[in-house]
Design a binder for this molecule. Structure first.
Ligand code: FES
Length: 145
């Protein structure tokens, strides 16, 4: 039976192979979340990225998928650096002994975040121009100009 050790909590558990890490954490009252994320997480649907944990020794964890990596890279605005040991608890199945560190520090990728801000700015500008053209057309149609 694989053994999961939570480094920060100084607790270890024997689990069945292929147990989901988030499910185990909920069962044993070890939270992967901080603050409001306890309420605002996506409930294990690989959407929010708030259940990120560091798997110190990753040999006993299922491989990281592309969807998981995309979620770990951050949201539409803030880009995050993805360390090779970083995993989403909800997307990780336990296949062997692992050591897990909860609430790892995350580094913001400043360059990518700037690029995302620029893209959002450009998209917003064109959205506003389109909305203004729509309003002008609408006013023209009802003969206010
Ligand atoms: S709980 Fe949202 S990505 Fe894991």
């Amino acid at each position: 039976m694989p053994v999961v050790t939570f480094f920060n909590e100084h607790r270890s558990f024997d689990v069945e192979p292929n147990t989901n890490l988030r499910t185990l954490m909920q069962k044993v009252n070890v939270s992967p979340y901080r603050g409001l994320d306890i309420l605002l997480n996506c409930r294990g649907n690989n959407f929010c990225g708030t259940c990120a944990v560091e798997v110190v020794d990753g040999k006993g964890a299922s491989p990281r998928g592309q969807d998981e990596e995309a979620t770990l890279m951050g949201n539409l605005v803030i880009a995050k650096v993805v360390d090779k040991n970083l995993r989403l608890a909800c997307q990780t199945n336990i296949t062997g002994d692992i050591v897990v560190r909860t609430c790892p520090s995350r580094i913001t990728d400043k360059q990518k975040t700037k690029e995302r801000f620029a893209l959002i700015g450009i998209a917003s500008f064109f959205g506003l121009v389109l909305a203004a053209m729509f309003v002008v057309l609408l006013l023209d149609m009802i003969h206010l100009f």
